[in-house]
Design a protein around this ligand. Structure first.
Ligand SMILES: [Zn+2]
Length: 389
């Protein structure tokens, strides 16, 4: 097994305060040793051990690969016309999801797989090395199970989201759809999923329906995460905390009690600024959550309707400009925060034993991710120690 030493790193984000300065554990003039797909050593370049191969980083910044803990990538078609109309004055409601449901049902397995691979590669080229992937554009037993089967062949972070919206066939009987989601559909999907999710929102599922979906998933061994408080105030965040969900996602409309509940729990507040950007909506207040002591993650919410970006760097830039985060906080949220939201201690940091998911920037500092918005800064990516970009 050959080893690789990445050295002459100008600025290294480890996300381990024991290794360097501040919450990011920043090290200057650093080196990282990679062996067998894992980080084997981290420290000053001057005292680095010998290795079979060397990569000279040329004084640039190295940081953990991004952990995108919220994405919807098994779908067909796009919604260019809807976006164009919205940017011309129409408002977003949950119902637009059904457009993608129709296109996804009509697509072949090969088409869905090819789309997913395309988006995963697009994300990888931008430094993202872990991606969560939800179902939710099938809304039949067979189509939801198919989406999760396809997702599971590319990522271990698969999420059953049969409760994305009520399937069009059940528009007049949402209770019967909840029965399907918590019954036969769950039976078909649970073997391919790690997580269970629900869109708890007006126009989607109310608190009681969301609770039924999440509890049924828990009984099948799935761990909850919740689309919560995106478009309006509601019970989603409180439900997420009550059920021990790994993450409450969106968190745009929060009461003081919601913020306190998140701060007093292990449930991560996952913020998805691409959604607010793409719907011209009010951004979540990251500063308020951080000041209260909540753990914050940043993710893309990549989906064809409300946030069609796979760029974590874009989300970092928006979070810094619009949501009150410092560049350090935003980078932490996009790496270690995402790892917490997925309960993955092996990713999101550059520490001994972690999976060697690393990205090198064409920049001297991680701050450039916010300082140089829209500029492709990814110079190289290693995924489990293998050079991928
Ligand atoms: Zn989402």
């Amino acid at each position: 097994m050959s080893s690789l030493l990445i050295t002459d790193i100008g600025s290294l984000v480890t996300n381990d305060p024991a290794l360097g300065a501040g919450p990011l554990g920043l090290l200057e003039d650093a080196a990282v040793l990679v062996e067998a797909g894992r980080v084997a050593w981290v420290g000053p370049a001057a005292s680095a051990p010998a290795a079979d191969e060397r990569y000279e980083a040329g004084g640039r910044a190295l940081l953990p690969g991004f952990v995108d803990s919220h994405a919807h990538l098994v779908f067909a078609g796009d919604r260019t016309a809807e976006f164009n109309a919205r940017m011309s004055g129409q408002s977003y409601s949950a119902g637009g999801i059904r457009t993608t449901v129709a296109a996804t049902r009509a697509a072949s397995d090969e088409e869905l797989d090819a789309n997913l691979v395309r988006f995963l590669n697009e994300a990888l080229r931008q430094g993202t090395t872990t991606v969560e992937c939800k179902s939710g554009y099938g809304l039949t037993v067979a189509d939801e199970a198919r989406a999760l089967r396809i997702a599971a062949s590319h990522t271990s972070e698969t999420t059953y989201l049969g409760a994305h919206v009520v399937a069009p066939e059940f528009a007049d009987d949402p209770a019967a759809y909840v029965d399907l989601v918590t019954g036969e559909m769950l039976d078909a999907c649970a073997p391919h999923a790690r997580w269970v999710d629900v869109f708890c929102e007006q126009g989607a599922f109310d608190g009681d329906q969301a609770r039924a979906v999440l509890k049924a998933g828990q009984e099948r061994g799935l761990i909850p995460r919740v689309h919560a408080n995106q478009l309006s105030y509601g019970p989603g965040v409180q439900l997420a905390v009550e059920l021990g969900a790994a993450s409450a996602d969106h968190c745009t409309h929060l009461t003081d009690a919601d913020v306190a509940a998140l701060a007093g729990s292990d449930t991560v507040a996952t913020l998805l600024p691409g959604a607010e950007f793409s719907t011209r909506a009010k951004y979540p207040d990251a500063r308020r959550l951080l000041d209260a002591g909540a753990t914050v993650a940043l993710s893309t919410d990549c989906n064809p309707g409300s946030s069609f970006t796979s760029s974590m760097a874009f989300c970092i830039a928006v979070a810094v400009r619009e949501m009150g985060m410092t560049p350090d906080e935003a980078v932490h949220a996009a790496t270690a925060g995402g790892a917490r939201a997925l309960r993955r201690p092996d990713v999101g940091s550059v520490t001994v034993g972690a999976r060697a998911d690393l990205q090198l920037l064409d920049a001297p500092s991680h701050v450039h991710l916010a300082y140089r918005p829209g500029v492709p800064l990814t110079a190289a990516v290693w995924h489990a120690g293998v050079r991928a970009v």
